[in-house]
Each structure stands twice: as structure tokens, then as C-alpha cells.
Design a protein around this ligand. Sequence first.
Ligand code: SF4
Ligand code: SF4
Length: 373
Amino acid sequence: MSKRQISMVLDLNKCIGCNTCSIACKTLWTRDEGMEYMWWNTVNTLPGKGTPKNWEEMGGGFRDGKAKPGHIPSRDEFGEAWAFNYTEVFEGGKKGKGSHLQPAGKPEWGPNWDEDQGGGSYPNGYSFYMPRICNHCSNAACLEACPRNAIEKRSEDGIVTINEDRCRGYRFCMSACPYKKIYFNEQTKTAQKCIFCFPRIDQGVAPACARQCPGRLRFVGYRDDEEAPIWKLVEKWKVAIPLHPEYGTEPNVFYVPPLNPAAFDENGNIDESKPRIPDEYLISVFGPQVLDSLKILKAEMAKRKAGEPSELMDILIAYKWEDNFGGFDRDPQTIDWHMAGNEAHPIADDSNGRFAGSDEVSPVKIIDPRANA
Ligand code: SF4
Ligand code: SF4
């Protein structure tokens, strides 16, 4: 049991599917050998098969309190990191004629293969973007399944990490994780996954995916910080809900669900009595709480449109990016990431128990110059 739990909320109504988050993560953490095909942050279109392909049907997690082993996703199901013919196109002397960029071989699936396909049919087609990272679950199936005790939940903030010195590559964690958010590195023979940018968190800096999101839709902070957006969105307003709560792992990543416009009738007129996205579909993704969340969101939107104040709308609008991060808003350029130290997480607390921030350089646990994003 962790003393505190760090968390993320994502407002799906603001995600534009740009994948800036995916690239921010990729350039920071998964550039080494064996990690080419890894995307610890993915953004897929729903409805869709996602990454890895059909992950929602692969099992794992807990049902009725019992662990359910699942499928271990294959490289093909994740999709390879394709090699492209850059040299031929850019340096082949054809000046853009006679050759075009294309992947080698004949790929049949990739990390965002079914982007923007969505569901429904004209004129009531629908889709929304679903960014995903490891959920740093309170009841982490991956941790329960590891026979080597290689998976740890940090006591100070609940971040779930894999100790690669202890990992022997058995992949029970990949079978157990129902979100299929663990990858296998064929070079090191170890399992690897999102670390919630903990070297940044230790220094009061929000994860790169959150900090670089142009939509300002990601909120970061401790779940019990009642002055910060996470607690307000999850506990107070109850509009941020987990993905597939029925998997039983108690995720700590939450989503503000997509507002559902009215459907068109057969004459092309708006029919306010019918939602465009079927309720059953939203319930299958977010559980039954989604309908109450949407009611609250719509009521607060109506208040704001009528010129009345709404704390909820003010939070979701995110006027100032710093307000999204519950105190984890330190400028990474004020930190000397090369300093050695390996002291345990030197976080200075303010009266709310948040990171207090400082221009002084503290000893850091992991030294990675690339953390300066
Ligand atoms: S960077 Fe933000 S807006 Fe772009 S895909 Fe990621 S979560 Fe969505
Ligand atoms: S999402 Fe999967 S990998 Fe992440 S903590 Fe939960 S069970 Fe483990």
C-alpha cells in the first residue's frame, strides 16, 4: 500500500489525436535497442481494435476477485517499427518523382492502424481518441503475477515500476495486465513499460506526455490533494472515471468521457432524444458511471453557457497550464539532470504535501539528460 497515489486525468473532449504525447514519450524513454516497436503512450481511435490489436479481448486482470491469466500480445499484434525507404526518396536523385515513402515489407498492423475509422454509419458515424499509458493500478495485476518480485509499487507515490535487474523475462506480467501495457525487450530479455516519468516526478516536473500535450487535457497530481484538479474531477465532481473498471485492477488513470451529441434522424434533422454514440458502447468502455458523468458535464456546460459560474468548467478549460499539474509544474530547465546522487526522491513538501518547487538543484535519483523535454 502506497502512502500516496499519483494519478492522471485525461479530458477526452479535448484530445485531437495528434500523438504529440506519444512522440514526447518515445523520444524520452524508448530509443534504445530492442525498444524500437515500443510506444508506452498510445493514442487510438475508438471504436477500434487499438494497440495491441484487439487488446480488450486479451484477458488478464481480476474477475470476481480472482486473477485471470490472459494472452501475451505478440510483436505482430503490437505492430513493428517499420523501416522506410528514406534514402531512396530523399537522396536517390529522383527529385520526388518515381519513388514515394513506403515501409519495407507488407505490414498488416501497426500502433495506430485503424486511426479515424470509428463506428456507426452515415449520418451517425462517431469516434473519439483514446490516449493510454500504464494505469499505475492500485491492485496491479502485473505485480501480483510476477514470480520474481521484480515489479514494485513505489511507497511514496504508487508509481508501478519494473526492476530490470530482477526481471527474467517470464512475461507473466504481460499475460496478467488487462490493459496490455507491457512490452518485451528482445535485446535485454526484460519487460518494460511506462514509468510515469518518475525521474521528472521526483523533481516536481509533470510527465512529458502531459506537459507537451497541446490540448491541455492532461491533469497530474496526488489523488488526495483536495486543492488540485485530480481530486476535484475524480472525487468531488465525479466526472473522471477509469477505463474498463470491471478489469478489477483499480486504475489510477481516469478519463472525462466524450460528450455525446444528438443523432440525426432519417430526414437529416437532429433528434435530441437519441445519442450519436450508443450508451451501451460507452458503458462497455467506461462502465455504468459514464452516464452520470455525462449528465454532470452537460448540466455544468449549460450553467456556464447561461453566464453562471462553474468550477468544473473552469478546471476543464485549463486557462493556465500550471493549474493542471497539482504542483508538478517545475521548469525542467532549472534542473541539472547530470548531477549524480542517487538519494531517495528528495521532494520538498509544502503545506498541501505537494512538491514545493525550488530553483536549487537537488540530488536526483536517475540521471538522464533526455529528461529535459
Ligand atoms: S498530445 Fe494531447 S491532444 Fe495530442 S494525442 Fe496526446 S493527449 Fe491527445
Ligand atoms: S496497467 Fe497493467 S502494467 Fe500498468 S499497473 Fe495496471 S496491470 Fe500493471
